[in-house]
Design a protein around this ligand. Structure first.
Ligand code: SF4
Length: 345
């Protein structure tokens, strides 16, 4: 951990609901998280767990039918001072400056982040020029079009693109999947963000390329001292990349703490289910095949513990009636399950 454990992002009581034709959907139900400089926080969960909605909320990239709870706080601790992203007006200049400036983003499908009609270089140069004030603060350099192009070439080189002077003038569709992913990382990091949000960035890649991209991200993270929020359904990836992790289920965090500890001794029955699919965490990459059954629709949230409909340890009369609160397990760990709460004593 290069930059110690200085707090960079603090999410407090984040709640997100969607208005739909079928009713109100509660996608994120009051979660709190922290990310530290130079460290990676992994958020793991099945699709429908709310992990992607939570990170889109951090970037304020939610659709128009989404609403943040009033008490939600998304605090970014910057050198220039703290800012509450949740409180910024949706179309504010400040928010535009944060996205792609202080906060870099990479997604599973790079084609969704690139415009097909502009070259990779063009898009990088525009991003660098748009965030030139931020870059000047970080690097102490001014950028014009020519120096932005040189900076873009350096970044393409840094992410391992062969022949970056040629690649920079290519269109996204002319690059292979792995190269496009590298190009997207280069774009996201070209403004030297202090926080990188990565949402399933390697899921679509084959295992070898995935390992290379993960190593590259870790290397760049150390070099730039960034905090990273890494979203995935793949526990093997979390084990490889994240010092700390949070497990999400139906919009809530059910377990959190240092990754190594959780993997060695998972507390929550859901975490145990996720890990049971991984006989060799250090080498194998497997998709999660967690406990039987499907995650319920957020339109029909179960009463009590959200996991009780699938839990092998379900205690009738308790788990299906009372929502478990976080129990502190020590060493920075906590779990939301009646097996560990007051009800257990
Ligand atoms: Fe299972 Fe009950 Fe714990 Fe929920 S609270 S995870 S249902 S044991």
């Amino acid at each position: 951990m290069a930059a110690g454990d200085a707090l960079l992002l603090e999410i407090r009581d984040l709640g997100v609901s969607f208005t739909t034709d079928d009713g109100m959907v509660r996608a994120v139900d009051g979660i709190s998280l922290v990310a530290r400089r130079g460290c990676t926080l992994g958020i793991v969960g099945e699709s429908g767990s709310g992990k992607s909605v939570a990170t889109k909320a951090v970037m304020r990239l939610l659709p128009a039918n989404a609403r943040l709870d009033e008490g939600s706080r998304i605090l970014l601790h910057r050198e220039e001072g703290e800012i509450d992203i949740a409180a910024l007006p949706a179309r504010s200049r400040e928010l535009r400056r944060l996205r792609g400036g202080d906060i870099g983003m990479i997604f599973q499908e790079p084609m969704a982040s690139f415009s097909p009609v502009y070259t990779v270089g063009n898009q990088m140069i525009e991003a660098i020029l748009e965030h030139r004030d931020h870059l000047e603060r970080r690097l102490g350099e001014r950028f014009d079009r020519r120096s932005a192009r040189e900076h873009a070439i350096r970044m393409l080189e840094r992410v391992g693109m062969s022949n970056p002077r040629l690649r920079i003038d290519q269109y996204p569709h002319e690059l292979s999947g792995g190269m496009r992913q590298r190009a997207m990382i280069a774009v996201a990091l070209s403004t030297h963000p202090s926080l990188l949000i990565a949402d399933e960035p390697t899921t679509a890649l084959d295992v070898t390329i995935q390992a290379q991209i993960l190593d590259l991200m870790l290397e760049l993270q150390q070099e730039l001292g960034m905090a990273m929020l890494f979203i995935t359904h793949d526990m093997g990836v979390i084990a490889r990349i994240a010092e700390e992790m949070a497990v999400m289920y139906l919009g809530r965090i059910v377990e959190r703490g240092p990754t190594r500890e959780i993997i060695r001794e998972p507390a929550h029955p859901y975490t145990r289910g996720l890990l049971a699919a991984l006989p060799r965490l250090d080498t194998a990459r497997r998709r999660l095949t967690p406990v039987p059954g499907d995650i319920p629709s957020p339109l029909q949230r179960p009463a009590g513990c959200p996991f009780h409909t699938r839990c092998p340890r379900h205690m009738p009369g308790l788990c299906d009636r009372i929502l478990p609160q976080d129990t502190d397990l020590g060493s920075g760990r906590s779990v939301a399950c009646h097996l560990f709460g007051e009800a257990a004593s």
